[in-house]
Write a new protein. Sequence first.
Length: 329
Amino acid sequence: MPKRILAYGRLSDDQLAELARDFEVDVFERLDSANDSAFRTALKGAHGLIGSSLAITSDLLDEAPELEVIASISVGYDNYPVDELTRRGILLCNTPDVLTETTADTGFALIMATARRVVELAEFVKRGDWQTSIGEAQFGSDVHGKTLGMIGFGRIGAAVARRGALGFGMKVRYSNASPKTELEKELGAERRELDELLAEADFVCVTVPLTPETHHLIGAREFGLMKRSACFVNIARGKVVDEAALIGALETGEIRAAGLDVFEQEPLSPESPLPHMANVVALPHIGSATHETRNAMAQRAVDNITRALKGQRPISPVNAEAWPTTQDE
Ligand code: NAP
C-alpha cells in the first residue's frame, strides 16, 4: 500500500503529480470549518503532511497515529511544537536557503521605502497634493554610507547585510547569538552587544527567529536606545517586537519610521493604527512571496517529504533527532 500524504499548501499541478507517482495524495485546497471533519478523518491514515498554515496541536497529532513527517513550506518553524514532534518520533522539515535572497530583497525594499518615504510620497502624488516643487517637508534620508544594524546574522541577515555593504556602501554592525567571523571578513561587519548596536545604527533590521528568548526582544527600552532618526525594519516575526511599544516610539518620534512585513497578529487587526501612520510601511507578510521562490519552497517541501517517506534522509530536517538512526543513509 502506498503511503498517504495530506497536502494543504500551495503546490503546482506538476508537484502534486510528482507526489502522486509514489504516494496517495489527498488535497485540501484550504482548511476551514467546511472540510474540518473530512481532514480529521483523512489524518487517521496520513503518513505525511505538506503545507504551511495548519496549527499543529497535541489534539491533532493524537488523530494521526501513522504520521511520520511534516514538510512545512516555510523556513520559520515557531508555530510547530518541535519537542513534542520529536517525542512522538515525527520528523519536521522546513525550507531554508531557497527563500533567503527573496526575503532579503523584501528587507531592503523596506529599508529604502522608509528612508526615502516611497509609499507616503507616492500617496501624496496620488492624492493630487503635488502642486508645486517639493521642499524639505518631503525630504527623506540617505541609505548609502549609513550604518546598518542587523539583529540576527544568519542566512537572511547576511543577505540583507550583503546588499547594504556591497550595494550601498553601508557599515554593517550585527548582534547575533554566535560570532560570524567569515562575514566580518567578507563585509567588514563588526559584532556588537544589542544595546550598542541600537545606539549606533541608522537602520535596524530584525532577522532572528521567534523563540522564547527572542519574544519581545525589542520593546520600549530598546526603542529608547535607538537614534531619533533611525528606521526600524522587521522581516522576522511580529512577536519579536513589542508592537504597542513600537507604536508608542513612532508616535512620540523616538524613532523616525518603521518598515514592517510581520505583525503580532496576522492578518493585521483593522484596529491597528500602524497602516495609517505616515511613517510606517506595512506589508502583508510577503517576505518570500514571489512566484519563483514560493515554487522553490514548495519543491523543497516535496523533496523533503518524498525522501523522508522513502526512508532517505530529507534535505532540511528541523528535528533530525526524530530520524530513526537505522534509516540513516
Ligand atoms: P537562520 O539562518 O537560522 O538565522 C537566524 C539567526 O538568528 C542565526 O544567526 C542565529 O544565531 C540568530 N539567533 C537565534 N536566536 C538568537 C538570539 N536569541 N539572539 C541573537 N541571535 C539569535 O534563519 P534565516 O533563514 O535567516 O531566517 C530567520 C527568520 O526569518 C526565520 O526564522 C523566520 O522567522 C523569518 N522569515 C521571515 C520571512 C518573511 O516572510 N518575512 C521569510 C523567511 C524567514 P546562530 O547563527 O548563532 O545560531
